[in-house]
Design a protein around this ligand. Structure first.
Ligand code: SF4
Length: 214
């Protein structure tokens, strides 16, 4: 059984898939506590679902793009089997992971969107750097949430050190909601010359920052 906070159908708000209709399976629980976390409601509670029950709900939405997210979706062992079965049913599967749990056992057909935690998150010490070695240039993406200038400097160092421009499908630079001036971040990005992609949380602009299940 998996503990599930919500399963819903909406518009993908992030990554290179932003704007596409998507079914979200949001699993409960996370071992991290990022200072700016916008998903604290996933830390506790949730309902128990079998994999088959989750698949039935997903099938009901009739959408071929599915994201498994959280919380930290990979913190529940059975999540790996859920991902495999979604791939077996030929869904296009995205995994949004916080970067603390190893991605070793993620089905290779799924696309990984790997958060790299920056210092202002308070969780940079817990990045599992071995996850970067498993990134695939044709399908995986990394995401840095930037809250201040130190985070941006950190992101640039990591991009260079791990040659992420070559090793990922996209490097997503996401402003921490309400903590950083968007124009300033845009300026840093354009001045850097890096091949990165600034992204805004599309769903927050559509439905507001605190609404769940959309
Ligand atoms: S990893 Fe994600 S869900 Fe967990 S605390 Fe950080 S932002 Fe929140």
């Amino acid at each position: 059984m998996l503990r599930v906070t919500e399963i819903f159908h909406s518009i993908q708000g992030e990554s290179t898939h932003a704007g596409r209709p998507c079914t979200f399976v949001r699993l409960t629980g996370c071992p991290m506590r990022c200072t700016w976390c916008d998903s604290e409601y996933t830390f506790t509670g949730g309902d128990h679902f079998s994999i088959e029950q989750i698949l039935q709900k997903v099938r009901g939405f009739g959408c071929r793009l599915v994201e498994v997210t959280g919380g930290e979706p990979l913190a529940q062992r059975e999540a790996f089997e859920l991902i495999r079965q979604l791939c077996d049913e030929e869904y296009e599967v995205l995994i949004e992971t916080g970067g603390y749990v190893s991605t070793t056992d993620v089905d290779e057909r799924a696309r990984v969107i790997l958060d790299i935690k920056c210092p202002a998150s308070g969780e940079a010490e817990r990045n599992d750097w071995s996850n970067l070695g498993r990134l695939r240039a044709d399908q995986d993406e990394v995401k840095f949430v930037i809250a201040d200038a130190s985070d941006w400097e950190f992101a640039k160092e990591i991009i260079e050190q791990y040659e992420l421009e070559k090793r990922t499908n996209a490097i997503l630079i996401s402003p921490a909601w309400g903590l950083i001036d968007l124009q300033e971040l845009a300026k840093w990005i354009t001045e850097s010359g890096l091949n990165v992609r600034m992204q805004l949380h599309l769903h927050k602009y559509i439905w507001g920052p605190d609404v769940q299940g959309v």
